[in-house]
Ligand binder design. Structure first.
Ligand code: CA
Ligand code: CA
Ligand code: CA
Ligand code: CA
Length: 638
């Protein structure tokens, strides 16, 4: 079952796009010839500017490995653009000749002086000239069609830039989104985000992949202990600067990249943290940085970024300042009393280092969930913590299974009828007068500042980092953070509900802002991990695939209840005249791990069958939904 929202970036009527395109290029070819016909004598041989966009606009320079061409000093022009230009110039020359022939025929006719033979000759010359012109005009169309089909077939992009980037094939724009489709698929998230501004100079750069990676492709075992991505006695492993290029955006082309960068792995090889040893940028100055990943492999040895466009890159800008504000805890859940199936979930005041936070409890970790044993001593609950929501939130999934939800998925539970305590450990300070924490010693923000925990419920939070208590026995004290709640023995069975979506279900009238975000408001707190893992964002088949990131916050509803707001942030602006399908499948769960089955949300009622809360999966490219209940049956398969 699925709740799906289809949106259309321009609310135009159905059109025959192919026919329209052929016509527009015929027209373009025709317009190109008007100046040639009118000014045949002094027409330049080159093509008129602005006509027939170079087919090279279809792909990025990266697709073709053109950056390597740059290093050789050769041109970096797409070979297909060059071929297209040569063909166009050739056809242009032929066009001039054809026009000259037609004019010559006219001159012969004019000067025939009643001579029938001359008139006949003039007719022949003009007819042949016109036929030649027609052939040349159709050659333009055929050339365009062949080149476009070729590029579509080789890039799989299907018209990327053809319509989307405008007729000019804006190379800079295309390059800016090179490989961005991997966000949300191969890459779960990264920090700083795409195009992020105001990033402090002492930022770490963090990338989380969907699956475990071959760490050698991302970092080097500099401390030589045979383990990739660890620190031993303060000596950490370091970046594989061949594959992971962190550079000032201006200097990337010259391959001036950072290599004094520590690298730490977390999350079973899914999350890599790069810690530059020197501050980025310059004091009181904004500096743009680009991170480019290439030749990255999954743990199973396969290429992470397949196809011609085998890279992922993004840029961010530093703000010239150093972050020395320690992070704190903004929100924790649950509090008071909760069912054993309620997910432990918390949000910090800013993005956090995933080291010891995006982790299985079998590995070294700085967030712990305790329950008392019979003798009163505390025992730790096993499970997996996930750092998500731009590393601002953490979600804990216990190991212990406890039945199924309505969708047949296994629920995980904390011990029942238990007093639960969740502890967050602050990092040890490197120096007592600074908030900077010792890497790998506790929780810190993405600038390395230790947690300003403030003890129980953060009541002693004071804006400064004091590190953990000196003695382990006093670990539930400043600047660690902890809170308590009680589990009942009643599991929750209520389904979550989608209260609103924006943009609303199709068709969107009046067009869509190319930079808009897609939102969905739920009626209760959701399990963030399921929103990160299961939300899909598709464009119609012949449009460029869209990468995206998911962000969550808790918002107050009209009825006073608090529910999760999901924000889907596309990695590139919306392309005009394209259908998009954000999909919220039934595998999304509330914080008690219940699915919505059947789907509940606005727009579902429109199906008009006996089950008003059911939404069809099947849509055609126009976003039209098949009538009747079959859509639901099909949706069940998903
Ligand atoms: Ca190592
Ligand atoms: Ca901070
Ligand atoms: Ca403090
Ligand atoms: Ca519920």
């Amino acid at each position: 079952m699925l709740y799906c929202v289809y949106m259309h970036s321009v609310a135009s009527a159905t059109r025959n796009k192919m026919g329209e395109r052929v016509f527009s290029y015929l027209l373009a070819a025709f317009l190109l010839f008007i100046p040639l016909v009118a000014f045949a004598q002094d027409a330049p041989a080159g093509p008129a500017p602005g006509e027939l966009a170079p087919e090279g606009g279809q792909v990025t320079a990266q697709d073709l490995g053109l950056y390597y061409g740059e290093a050789t000093g050769l041109g970096t022009e797409d070979i297909r653009v060059i071929i297209a230009r040569v063909i166009r110039i050739g056809l242009g020359l032929l066009g001039i000749i054809a026009v000259v022939i037609v004019i010559a025929g006219g001159v012969i006719w004019m000067t025939a002086g009643g001579d029938d033979k001359k008139v006949l000759l003039a007719k022949k010359v003009m007819t042949n000239g016109a036929i030649g012109l027609a052939i040349i005009l159709s050659s333009f169309t055929i050339t365009h069609f062949v080149l476009k089909s070729l590029t579509d077939a080789t890039t799989g992009a299907g018209g990327f830039g053809g319509e989307g980037a405008g007729a000019g094939g804006d190379a800079a724009r295309l390059r800016a989104y090179a490989g961005s489709r991997h966000l949300g698929t191969v890459i779960q998230d990264h920090y700083p985000g795409r195009g992020a501004r105001n990033i402090p100079r002492n930022t770490q750069i963090i990338i989380t992949f969907r699956e475990p990676m071959q760490l050698e492709s991302l970092l080097k075992d500099t401390n030589g202990n045979g383990t990739f991505g660890d620190c031993v006695n303060g000596q950490c492993d370091s970046i594989n600067a061949e594959n992971v290029k962190i550079a000032k955006s201006q200097e990337l082309a010259q391959n001036i990249v950072l290599d004094a960068v520590d690298a730490v792995a977390a999350g079973e090889g899914r999350t890599i943290t790069y810690i530059p040893r020197d501050y980025l940028g310059a004091a009181n100055e904004s500096v743009a940085y680009t991170v480019r990943l290439a030749k990255i492999k999954r743990a199973n040895g396969t290429e992470a970024f397949g196809g011609l466009n085998a890279t992922y890159e993004w840029s961010f800008t530093t703000n010239g300042q150093v972050d020395d504000t320690p992070p704190s805890v903004l929100r924790v859940s649950p509090t008071g009393e909760a069912g054993p199936d309620k997910i432990v979930q918390l949000t910090f005041s800013e993005p956090m280092s995933p080291v010891g936070l995006d982790v299985d409890t079998d590995a070294s970790h700085f967030i712990r969930i305790y329950v008392p044993k019979a003798d009163g001593a505390l025992t730790e609950v096993k499970g997996r913590f996930r750092a998500l929501n731009e590393y601002r939130s953490a979600t804990f999934i216990p190991e212990e299974a406890c039945g199924q939800n309505a969708c047949g998925e296994e629920k995980r539970c904390l011990p029942r009828d238990a007093a639960v305590r969740v502890l967050l450990e602050a990092a040890t300070l490197l120096r007592p007068d600074k908030p900077t924490g010792l890497p790998g010693s506790g929780l810190m923000d993405t600038s390395g500042n230790s947690l300003d925990g403030g003890g129980e419920n953060g009541v002693e939070k004071d804006g400064t980092a004091s590190g953990p208590p000196a003695v382990a026995a006093g670990k539930f004290a400043p600047d660690n953070y902890f809170w308590n709640f009680r589990t009942t023995n009643r599991v929750d069975v209520s389904s979550p509900k989608i209260m609103s979506v924006n943009p609303v279900a199709t068709p969107v009238t009046g067009g869509v802002d190319p930079n808009m975000q897609v939102e969905s408001q739920f009626d209760e707190e959701m399990n963030y991990a399921t929103l990160v893992d299961n939300v899909k964002f598709d464009a119609q088949a012949d449009a460029p695939p869209v990468g995206f990131a998911t962000r969550m916050s808790e918002e107050e509803l009209a009825n006073g209840a608090i529910g999760t707001k999901l924000l889907i942030t596309p990695a590139m602006p919306f392309t005009e005249d394209t259908y998009y399908a954000p999909r919220l499948p039934h595998t999304i769960q509330d914080a008690s791990q219940n699915c919505y089955y059947p789907a509940i949300g606005p727009g579902c009622e429109a199906l008009g069958n006996d089950n008003p809360s059911c939404c069809s999966l099947r849509r055609d490219v126009q976003g039209a939904r098949p009538a009747g209940p079959e859509g639901c049956a099909e949706a069940l398969v998903e």
